[in-house]
Structure formats: C-alpha cells, structure tokens
Design a protein around this ligand. Sequence first.
Ligand code: C2E
Ligand code: MG
Ligand code: MG
Length: 578
Amino acid sequence: MDAVEKKIKVLSESMITHFFVQKEDQYFVSYLSDNLLWMSDDNTFYDRQTTLAYLKQLRDDCHGVVKIKHQDFHVYSLRPHICFVVGTVTIEVGSEENQFRENEICISGIWQEESNWCLTHFYSAIKDERLMSQNGSLSLHQQLEVIQKATMIDPLTQINNLQGFEKEAAALLKQYPKQKYVMIKFGIRDFRFVNRRHGYKMGDLVLKHIAKNLLATLNDRETCGRMEKDVFAMLYCFEDKASLEQRVEQLETVLIDTPLRQRLETKIHFNIGIYQIENDHTEYIKDMLDKALIAQKKGSTSISHRHHYAYYEEWMMTAQYQRSKLLEEAPKAMEENEFSLYIQPQFDLTSGTLVAGEALVRWITQDGIRMPGEFIPIFEEQGFIFSFDYYMLDKICQQMRKWIDVGVEVHPISTNQSRLHIEEENYFKDFCAVIDRYQIPHEYIIFELTESAFVENSEKMVRLTELLHEHHYKIAIDDFGTGYASLNLLSVVPADILKIDKSMLKGYSTNIRTQIIIERIIQLAHDIGMSVVCEGIEEQAEWEYLKKIGCNIGQGFLMGKPVEAEAYRKLWLKTPNR
Ligand code: C2E
Ligand code: MG
Ligand code: MG
C-alpha cells in the first residue's frame, strides 16, 4: 500500500468513526464532496442531499451506543488523485443494559483529491470479493469498471464530465478516421445573472435542461459533455460550413426550449467557439478543447456579433500567447516602476479654470508606451487588477503628498477603479488605508467606476456610495452612455458626478436626436444635483456647444491630453515661487 492509499484508509476509518460513534455530522460532512453521488444497486444516481438523508437514516436506525468492532478497508489507486475504497465495518449497537448487537456494513466509494481529499462517489452494494462470503455479486474487476465509469459522469447533468468527454471523443476519432469533425465549446453568456436573478436552483435546472437537449442533438458518431460550471463541449461531425452553422445557430433555441425560456423571462445567449479538427485526428483532445475555448472567448467579446460564435484561427493562439506574456511581465513591471501615472485635466467649461484631473496609467516599456486599453481588460480578466488598482492609487497619493508638502495647489484627482472590487469584502477599508497612509484629505479623491458596475450591482453600489460619502469622498459614474445603464440608475445610486463618454459626443452636430439626448441627460443630472463631465472634447465647437447647453465640466484633447504627473504639475498646477 503506497502513502496515498494509506492516507485514504485512515481517512475512511476516521470518517466512519465520526459518523457512527461520535455522531459528529459536521466533521462527517466535511469529508464529502459538494458533488457527492450515490450509486444505488440498480446503477441509478442520487445527489448529495439524498445520499446524506439515506446515511443518516442508516445511522439513526442504530439506537443506543455504537462501537466499532472491526474495520477492514482496501484502497486501490485508480488514477492520480483518485482512489477506490471498499471495505466492511462491523459495528456493535446497544446499551449496557440490553445486549449489544453486531451489524456488518459494506462501504465503498471513490475519494478524489480536489482541494482536499473528499468522497465523491458512494456505492452501497459493492463488496470486496475477498471480504464477501455471499455470491452473486459483480466481480471486483466489473465493480471497478462501474466505478471508473461513474467518475466520468457529471453528477448534476448526468452527461459526460471532462474526463468522460475526452475518453469518448478520443474513441470516436479513432473509430471514424475518415469522418471530418469540429470541436465546439460553449458557455452561457452572463450565467451568473440567471443564478442571481432566479436562484441557484433555477441555474441548476437550466444546466440540466441544456444537457438533456444537447444529448438529443447528437448522432451516433458524436458526443458531448459538461466541462465545468456553465461550459459544455461537443464533438460534432462536419460536413460543410453551411450546415454546421445552421446547426450552431439553432443551438440557443434547441437547448433552451420555449417553456424554460418563458420561465426565465429573458433570452439566454451562448458564446460558442468552433475548432475544425485536423483530418489526421492525431491532436490531443485537450489541445482541441483549448483551441475551441480560444475561439469561444473571441466570440464572447464581439457583443454585436449576431450569433455569438467564432471559428478558431491560428492568430488567436498568438494573441493568447501575447496576453499570457503580458500578464507574466506585469508584476515585474510593477516592481521596476514601468507603470507611469499620467493625468488629464478637467476644466470648468464657463470659466476655463482647472477643476480636477483624471489619473490614467501608461505602461512605459523599452519598445514604447502601452495604452491601458491593451492591458487593463486582461488584468481584469485574470484578477491582476485587484493589486494593480491599489498600486496606482498608491502612486496617486504619493504624488499628491509630495505636492501638498511643497505647497503646490492641489485639485481633486479621480481614480479609475475596476468594477471587480465591488465583490471584494475589505475593499473600502483597504482603499481608505492607502489614502490615509499618505494623509490625503478625502475631498481630493474621486472614485470613478464604469457604469456597468452600477447596473450589475446596484445594491452594493448604493452601500459603497454611502460609505464613500460618510468619509467625504466623491464618486463618479464613468463611461455613461456606452453600456446598459438606464436613467433609473441615477435615481437609485446617489453618485456625485456623471461622466458622459466620448462616444456620445461624436456625431452630435449631425444628429438632432443625439443632441436632444445629451441635453436632457445633462439637464436631468444637474436637476438631481450631479455634476456632469463630458469626455472627448476635441474641437472648439464641441466646447462651445457643451457650454451653451449647460454642461459644467469638460475633458478632452482640445484642452489637454493626459500627461505624465510632473508635466501636469508644470502645465496646470500653481506652484509656489521658491
Ligand atoms: P476612461 O476612464 O473613460 O478614460 C478616458 C479615456 O479617454 C482615456 O483613455 C483618455 O486618454 C481618453 N480621452 C480623453 N480625452 C479624449 C479625447 O479628446 N479624444 C479621445 N479620442 N480620447 C480621449 P486611456 O488613457 O487610453 O484610458 C482608457 C481606459 O482605461 C480608461 O477610460 C479607464 O477605463 C481605463 N484606465 C486607465 N487607467 C486606469 C487605471 O489606472 N486603472 C483602471 N482600473 N483603469 C484604467
Ligand atoms: Mg475614467
Ligand atoms: Mg470615461
């Protein structure tokens, strides 16, 4: 028995003791995977809840004191991180007054190492041949086969999991060498909204529904599986592009049928990635899935794309490589001070005086300047933005402290903060800690968040805004007019500043509707006590127009481009004569 097998033996024994003898359910439950599956004698599967109820019933039937007389577990390593355990436990049940009765229980199951080792499958009828006296059961070899199979099934949807899919896909590709195939991967767009809006139970129901309908789309040379959360994959036959696309375009209607769609009250969209498999079928399945995923991500970024699907192309792999490289370089770039604080001035449109500045990062490399649009979305995707935003805030505060100390006349600076912070538990505390470390008066810091943050999470945003106000910070809604924000948002979140995105200003001169909308939004924001900053002013006529319609603050290349902090001071801040 190797070290892992020994460990599993010990775990199994202590699990049994916790459950039967000490009756400590909280410990017992901690041994069980969230996806625990119970395979009954007739090979039907039951979920964790049912399994727990069954086990508790078994335990509660043992009235009185329970002693363990004998335990005998056998452990078999099936694959790395997966062990099969089979054994018998003889327990004695009773009390000192009444006699103790012996009871033999057969236990078998699968332990898998996820974050910790936990029991993922429980099988009530399998006994180790060497331990069994009765006959008529499956041979150990057959039992292992059943168990192996069960580890390839996704407990929630009952279709293949990743391992099962890989195995079946590889077998099909081998069996039909002349068949042309595509590997498809798809995820549900904004699935977290389904969970949030309708609850996780409904989310699970949607996934089960999709899986069931997905199975029905297959012919006998095809397979499918659920890879993780809301991501599914299929190996589909490929005859020609037109028929494949027809099939793919129908997925949303076929997989989410009308009654479900009506219950959800919204249309569900998929992001679909397609990889056309090389004819020799020699590629590794995981590589095919990876390529389909790269294409899927491409599809997911093209919001305007009617069908949300994309084919994998070689250049996507290069782009992916560049993204990984960028992420690899970022921590070092932080240490080496390659991220530079640039500031763009904002002016009162009537008087032309400076009112504030917006902090905008630039990544200065040996090969030139990288603009935030190139790396901020990648930092957000990969979570690096959490530390990055604190880092930039630190830079802003450090710079302001220096200016305050030498008597430079300081104006507020607004800092762009990723919407991802809203989910961070200690965000506000950590944010304040940076500012307070440099003793920057709070009214000098404006907190800027993109409008989608307010839409996605308005309750949390209201709370955050209140907190910011209690501590005398201001909060701005950035990028207004680019996403899904409704005017109702302005009544829900008491933000201080509305930043109208530059895309709204473009085209105002030729489009009367745009003019009316801009004018009304500005009017409305002012009426509810917000200031309005219009971004992207590039021409004198735009300045004049905004001034005329009462917009109070402007930001744009016409008045000043973002410049390095020291240049900003020289250009725009009053410095005392020395
Ligand atoms: P944003 O916050 O909406 O910033 C305004 C963007 O508009 C800036 O782009 C600015 O250079 C640009 N801009 C200003 N005036 C004009 C103009 O007249 N014409 C044109 N064409 N553009 C103008 P930039 O610096 O490339 O930043 C892009 C976005 O990256 C920012 O949009 C912001 O969302 C994000 N970002 C920048 N720095 C940071 C940062 O330190 N942290 C975070 N989380 N995001 C940042
Ligand atoms: Mg901004
Ligand atoms: Mg903006």
